[in-house]
Write a protein that binds this ligand. Sequence first.
Ligand SMILES: NC(=O)c1ccc[n+]([C@@H]2O[C@H](COP(=O)([O-])OP(=O)(O)OC[C@H]3O[C@@H](n4cnc5c(N)ncnc54)[C@H](OP(=O)(O)O)[C@@H]3O)[C@@H](O)[C@H]2O)c1
Length: 268
Amino acid sequence: MKIGLIGCGRMGGALIEGAITAGLVASSDVLLSSRSKESAQTLADKCGAVVAENNSQVARESDLVLLGCKPYQIIDILNEISAELPGDTCLVSVAAGITLQSMEGASPEGTRIIRAMPNTPSLIGMGATGISKGSHATDADIAIAQKLLGSVGIVLETREDQLDAVTGVSGSGPAYVYTFIEELAAQGVKEGLDADDALQLATQTVIGAARMVEQSPMSPAELRNQVTSPGGTTLAGLKALTDSGFEKSVATGVAAAAARSREIAAES
Ligand SMILES: NC(=O)c1ccc[n+]([C@@H]2O[C@H](COP(=O)([O-])OP(=O)(O)OC[C@H]3O[C@@H](n4cnc5c(N)ncnc54)[C@H](OP(=O)(O)O)[C@@H]3O)[C@@H](O)[C@H]2O)c1
């Protein structure tokens, strides 16, 4: 199978490198194009893929084309490559907010399209991605997209209308967690720690707690109860967090990101 990438930026590059490293595709079967030849060449130098003449060559010669450009460029690129698509090509878009309907409208009738919503930890192989199938895409297309995106993290198939929730939880989620780590460390400094030590402790605490949730049969609530003794420090901290609106802040943050995702999709 030949995989093409149009848009050799951070996300597209990470996915292609992940797919090659995972052995999903041979580097010689990967064709790259980008706005500038330099970006495509830089990625080719890293992973051994082949630089194409232009986007049209990628469209013509690939079984699967990954669209790694910015959301506002997607429709123009589909218009540019439509005439070159052989008809049995599957397109996979990672562009936030660009709906399957709008991509199908800009592609030849019957084009098989998968829309994905990855997140930034995909860049280090720890991504969390939701994918949805367009009206002509097949189960085999979903399976290959799951393998491609699964080479840099976990992938869940969802309905397209659930991708806004995916955006609110995992798409935007890393930024919430960065903010939490930042505040945890800043308060550690106020409590007397050195800044480097505070950041290390806060970061490892988030990694460790996430691993506990992942590896334990217990729910997050059960794990929390296990470490909260009556009259203890954790209970004092948790009560103060709740009294300050911690859970409500997380809920309103997720709701606002999902609502913004719905707005962007409606505009596309
Ligand atoms: N980064 C994330 O965490 C994340 C998360 C979820 C979804 N996404 C989605 O991933 C997509 C890419 O994001 P990114 O952060 O990887 O952006 P990026 O690093 O800016 O990459 C975009 C790439 O598109 C290329 N490009 C621009 N116009 C083009 C054209 N006409 N033909 C071919 N290539 C073109 C650019 O080429 P040059 O380098 O040559 O200018 C650039 O390499 C976006 O749609 C975004 O919504 C990203």
